[in-house]
Design a protein around this ligand. Structure first.
Ligand code: 5AD
Ligand code: FES
Length: 352
């Protein structure tokens, strides 16, 4: 069978709800430029059908660079003595939301390391205050693993969505990315708990993380089928100089784009961001992500003064003074590829 027929067969299979076989996945992860375009076009057709040419925005507020974990890939791991630490106060977070609301943002993503300072009382107060001050806005949390009760309290305080990348659904691979105190089993449990409570829930992986293989990616796809997430966050692994993974190569932009398309084909309605990591490795990465089937962008709303300190990986974009206003920048960039940024909450399952 020639490459084109093979590709079209896989596209059809994914579109019908099937998983690729390992052989098919290996094939698709290595297709040439021409085939990548065919794949992207098929995926883009589905995102256009689900969302039109509209791109949803999420304002990312990086609330804390303290983290009690020690994931081997991450620049804000506890063991990185060189990391500069900060945490935003409730007033600072609200001020970011106010700026965001004035710019038209309807979703705020509060993301941070696993920082015990933000216990349930503190966090519930922040969430409730954002929801009462900006009732038209959704709040997404991305604060790592917490107990069922904690997730429930935050949900009851008004949080709408939760992002928790599973990082890899392969046990052995998970063990090579994380210290032994962390477990894939707990990570998965958290994700199912979040869904059960009622959050719009997001999982995800880094593409090209150390020791990742087609086999581990297939497990990720299988896990996603089982979880049925509302959001999937994927971006390339970008090595950070002060982590145990400093000598590993960055993930591939092309493979990230291929996987974005595969995910769009498998999950036509899923909320799929073109991530900052993708924009970091390729100046046109986010645009390419949208053209490969992504439909969400997450500009940084953190105070400019802390942006460089929230350093998960090296050379992160939009951290300089010039980037105080990513939203206008993105609006222009997106219109150049025929898409339009829109000011709506962009909930799962709602067109706009
Ligand atoms: N490269 C790319 N992504 C990273 N993340 C953490 N460290 C890195 C890195 N070095 C991602 C993880 C995490 C999310 C918040 O950021 O997938 O879930
Ligand atoms: Fe941040 Fe352009 S998106 S400066």
């Amino acid at each position: 069978m020639n490459e084109k027929t093979k590709l079209n067969d896989i596209i059809k299979k994914l579109g019908l709800g099937g998983l690729p076989s390992l052989k098919e996945l290996k094939f698709i992860l290595n297709i040439n430029e021409e085939s990548r375009q065919v794949l992207a076009e098929a995926a883009r057709g589905l995102s256009l059908k689900a969302f039109g040419n509209k791109i949803y925005l999420r304002g990312l507020i990086e609330i804390s660079s303290y983290c009690k974990n020690n994931c081997f890939y991450c620049g804000i791991r506890q063991g990185n003595a060189k990391a500069e630490r900060y945490r935003l106060s409730k007033a600072e977070i609200l001020s970011c939301c106010k700026t965001g609301a004035e710019l038209g943002f309807k979703t705020f993503v509060l993301q941070g390391g696993e920082d015990p300072y933000y216990n349930d009382d503190v966090m519930c107060e922040i969430v409730a205050k954002i929801k009462s001050s900006f009732p038209q806005c959704a709040v997404t949390l991305s604060l790592g693993e917490r107990s069922y009760e904690s997730y429930k309290r935050l949900y009851d305080a008004g949080a709408d969505r939760y992002l928790l990348r599973h990082e890899t659904a392969d046990e052995a691979h998970y063990g090579r990315l994380h210290p032994k105190q962390m477990s894939l089993q707990n990570r998965k449990k958290c994700l199912f708990n979040l869904k059960e409570i009622g959050y719009q829930t997001g999982c995800g992986i880094m593409v090209g993380s150390p020791y990742q293989t087609a086999e581990t990616i297939l497990q990720d796809l299988e896990f996603m089928k089982e979880l049925e997430p509302h959001m999937i966050g994927i971006g390339p692994f970008v090595s950070h100089k002060d982590t145990p993974f400093k000598d590993f190569p960055n993930g591939s932009v092309d493979m990230t784009l291929i996987l974005l398309s595969v995910l769009r084909l498998m999950f036509p309605k899923v909320l799929l961001p073109a991530t900052t990591a993708l924009g970091t490795l390729d100046p046109q990465g986010r645009e390419k992500g949208i053209l490969a089937g992504a439909n969400v962008l997450m500009p940084n709303l953190s105070p400019v003064g802390v942006r460089k300190k929230y350093s998960l990986y090296d050379n992160k974009i939009c951290t300089g003074e010039e980037a105080a206003e990513c939203r206008m920048c993105l609006r222009n960039r997106i219109s150049k590829i025929g898409y339009e940024v829109i000011d709506c909450r962009g909930d799962y399952g709602i067109k706009y």
